[in-house]
Design a protein around this ligand. Structure first.
Ligand code: ADP
Length: 457
């Protein structure tokens, strides 16, 4: 059975209260019962002791002294709560009784020989009875039994029980409705949240859940949902921007390609001219392919969760491999590479992601370095971290652009170095790869002097 949240709260609340009330009501009932019996018992023992004085013991027989007086008293007074008295010898054999007992007799109870009270019946009616020993010179001569009808008291207790039960049920029923109402009211903000979130689609992501007035758990829930919506909206906006930038990035070389080919077929040309234009077109296609590959890589880095079960290698190996892949541009630009590995105990790094990071950073250093300059690469260890620095003496990055270099498609001051090819995706990839292995990339630069990238693994 699935209960609504509202009914569940009401039910739990009711069960808890029902238990507490049941305990409280039972306690009330038993306390009252205890007090009632205590009063009867103390009355009975008072009567029994009083009548012990009016007994005469002759040899083995025990008799009530002024029986005549008793009988008269009985005729005179209306006895609302009569006390029955009976005398027994030490073996429990009947000796004498008060006249109000008529032809009835009270029972002897062996277990109560030394005092004690208990319930009995007389003529099928409940009575409370007490039995005290009659002693003479420290010897038990017999017993005096006093009894009182119990019917009235039992009636009172029964009434009390019924009233408590009735009140209990009534209270539970009203409690059910009250707690249902209160629970219903207290989850109104939850309903608001549900309604708003149901209304929100891709097209109205800017809508927000109304915040409740009290700063309680529901306020936290609502503002948590609002924060989530904000993050989703930002992500969607980034995605829109990325799609439009990516299509722009691909449309431009396609248009150039189309233009070149259209001009080429307009009239017959020399073989040399064909070759030149086709070569140009091929490089343009290569560039597009490279950009497409980078876009795919970025999308993959976005969706793949944190790197796991990845092969690990020493960082120096990764760097050596990258440098040997870039041998050609390095020698063309007459760059000298100064690579210092100061790590004593070889520590391993995840191969795939470290390669992505350093490939992009080192190829940038080579690309943006001025001819015949130095590129310094160093690996050091600080506590448990490996720190890799790549410093070039290149064109540098303007201060105001430093915080943008990791954004997709961002190229700093691109118009002033048109000859350096690029699409602004390399550092985005490096950043995403670093995020995937919890590494940190920092950049510092002196515009016109050179740039230093610091990667902390
Ligand atoms: P790109 O393909 O343009 O190199 P990146 O994402 O790799 O794209 O770099 C983004 C921008 O950061 C570059 O366009 C360039 O302006 C700047 N940049 C990156 N690395 C360097 C560097 N070593 N020296 C100077 N500028 C750099």
């Amino acid at each position: 059975m699935s209960l609504s949240f509202k009914n569940r709260i009401a039910l739990h609340y009711m069960i808890a209260t029902a238990i507490i009330m049941a305990v409280a009501f039972t306690a009330v009932y038993f306390v009252v019962k205890g007090v009632v019996y205590q009063n009867i018992d103390s009355d009975l023992s008072f009567e029994a002791e009083k009548h012990t004085e009016e007994i005469k013991v002759v040899g083995d027989s025990i008799k009530i002294k002024n029986k005549k007086e008793w009988e008269e008293r009985e005729h005179r007074e209306v006895q609302v709560n009569p006390v029955f008295i009976q005398i027994l010898d030490k073996n429990g054999i009947f000796m004498d009784k008060s006249p109000n007992l008529k032809e009835n007799e009270l029972d002897y109870n062996e277990e109560a020989n030394f005092g004690g009270s208990y319930n009995e019946t007389l003529n099928n009616k409940p009575i409370r009875q007490i039995q005290l020993p009659i002693e003479e010179n420290g010897k038990i001569k017999g017993f005096i039994v006093a009894a009182m009808p119990l019917e009235a008291s039992q009636m009172v207790l029964l009434n009390l029980k019924n009233i408590l039960l009735l009140v209990y049920l009534l209270l539970l029923a009203s409690l059910y409705f009250i707690s249902k109402y209160i629970a219903g009211r207290s989850i109104i903000p939850v309903k608001n949240v549900t309604e708003t979130t149901n209304r929100i689609t891709r097209n109205n992501l800017n809508e927000r859940v109304a915040l409740p007035q009290n700063k309680d758990e529901l306020f936290d829930l609502s503002s948590g949902i609002n924060d989530l919506l904000q993050r989703i909206e930002n992500a969607m906006e980034r995605e829109r921007q990325f799609t439009s930038d990516a299509s722009h990035e691909l449309r431009t070389p396609l248009a150039t390609l189309k233009g070149t080919l259209e001009v080429l077929v307009r009239k017959p040309r020399e073989r040399g001219e064909y070759e030149e234009k086709i070569k140009f077109s091929l490089t343009e296609i290569d560039r597009m392919t490279a950009t497409l590959e980078q876009l795919l890589l970025l999308a993959r880095l976005d969706t793949s969760s944190k790197a796991k079960d990845e092969s690990s290698v020493p960082l120096a190996t990764v760097i050596d491999e990258i440098l040997s892949r870039h041998k050609k541009p390095i020698s063309e630009k007459k760059l000298s590479i100064n690579f210092k590995n100061e790590i004593e105990n070889e520590t391993l790094v995840p191969q795939y992601f470290s390669n992505l990071i350093l490939e992009n950073i080192i190829s940038n250093a080579v690309k943006y370095a001025k001819d015949a300059t130095n590129i310094h690469i160093s690996i050091t260890q600080s506590n448990s971290n490996i720190i890799c620095k790549v410093r070039d003496q290149g064109i540098g990055i303007k201060k105001e652009d430093l915080h943008n270099v990791f954004n997709n498609f961002f190229r700093s001051d691109a118009l002033n170095h048109k000859n350096i090819a690029g699409n602004g995706l390399g550092l985005s990839i490096a950043k995403k790869a670093a995020d995937a292995i919890d590494a940190k990339i920092e950049v510092a630069s002196d515009f016109g002097q050179g740039t230093t990238f610091t990667i902390t693994f």
